[in-house]
Design a binder for this molecule. Structure first.
Ligand code: UDP
Ligand code: MG
Length: 329
């Protein structure tokens, strides 16, 4: 049985989101049913350990457009997004967070813009982040400044993972050999015609953030090393500067020797050794970052495993067959 392709897919990665699930379902469904077009919601259950999976199964009973993609274990927001995007069937694919920080109503505007202006990518841009914590705003501002410098100005500032992609853009993503691209950098880099829709970032509707500082730092480090060799060059410059400073120190030491004051040379020796040691460690660390990337790339392990897809795996159909068999008996 091949289903007709929906006009729109909405990909929602979720990890332990049982508390927002009912709120999300109600609002998202209201918006999407109002479109009057065929759609599917691809809920990516990123290895949740709470009642998310059960909640999704229950929702599916009265909401045939809901499709559940289960990952075998928690693979992280980006991997869950990629899993959902690559399996979505819609002509347009929107990705949105489960916690209602991105208002689902904006999807209508995104779709309208994409069609009216023939855009392949429409970014949701946070026009107002006053509801985010000061710390989150501050780290986010630093992050966007950094990646715009490294990747280029085509990366829209304050655009997270709430965006619309056309089928062509999704197919271009599929072509990439990268297993776990940082989408908010790779998508602008694809070079499709794009537009923006501003929205107000809301507070999390329920539950707690799944992005602690360590994960934010991880995303930032991956964003930089996946797109730029500039840090390697920083190491080179530091190394050169270290050599220059040491050259000066050597001249000073020779002068001190002529002046007959070599015993007092202890501090300079000490400083030079410390400084060189520090530069070397830094360079090694930076090299390590890239070697680690090469290592994971060479291993070629998938970033996620799909344990089930309610669209492909006929869970309910299986039950239907059993029921049919029972009635025939
Ligand atoms: N998420 C996920 N896997 C993870 C962490 C988060 O699928 O390992 C989902 C989460 O359920 C939510 C979205 O990614 O739908 C964004 O996470 P969150 O709202 O916690 O991040 P924040 O908005 O605080 O940056
Ligand atoms: Mg959130």
């Amino acid at each position: 049985m091949t289903r007709p392709e929906p006009a729109l897919s909405v990909v929602v990665p979720m990890f332990n989101e049982e508390s927002v699930l009912p709120l999300l379902a109600e609002r998202l469904r209201g918006v999407l049913d109002g479109l009057g077009e065929a759609y599917e919601v691809v809920a990516v259950d990123d290895g949740s350990t709470d009642g998310t999976a059960a909640g999704l199964t229950a929702l599916r009973v009265g909401w045939p457009e809901l499709r559940v993609l289960r990952l075998r274990r928690n693979s992280g927001h980006q991997a869950a997004l990629v899993a959902g995007l690559l399996r979505a069937r819609g002509g347009y694919v929107v990705s949105i967070d489960a916690d209602l920080q991105d208002p689902p109503e904006v999807i209508v505007e995104m779709l309208r813009r994409a069609r009216a202006d023939e855009l392949d990518i429409v970014y949701g841009v946070r026009a107002d982040r006053s509801r985010d914590s000061a710390f989150k705003r501050w780290t986010a501002a630093g992050y966007y400044r950094l990646i715009r410098r490294l990747v280029g100005k085509q990366v829209p500032a304050q655009a997270g993972d709430f965006r619309l992609l056309s089928r062509a853009a999704v197919e271009a993503l599929r072509e990439l050999p990268e297993r776990s691209p940082v989408l908010r950098l790779v998508v602008p880099w694809l070079g499709f015609p794009s537009g923006e829709v501003g929205y107000e970032r809301q507070e999390r509707a329920a539950g707690r953030t799944k992005y602690p500082l360590s994960r934010m730092a991880g995303l930032a480090a991956e964003s930089v090393t996946s797109f730029s060799a500039a840090p390697l060059r920083v190491a080179t410059w530091l190394g050169l500067a270290g050599v220059a400073v040491c050259g000066v120190l050597v001249v000073l030491a020779v002068l001190a020797w002529f002046a007959g004051a070599t015993v007092t040379g202890w501090p300079s020796l000490y400083v030079a050794i410390l400084f060189l040691g520090a530069v070397q460690l830094l360079c090694l660390g930076l090299l390590g970052e890239y070697v680690a990337r090469i290592y994971t790339a060479v291993q070629g392990r998938p970033a996620y495993f799909v344990a089930g897809d309610s669209a492909a795996e006929p869970v309910s159909a299986g039950r239907d067959v059993v029921e049919l068999a029972d009635t025939l008996r």
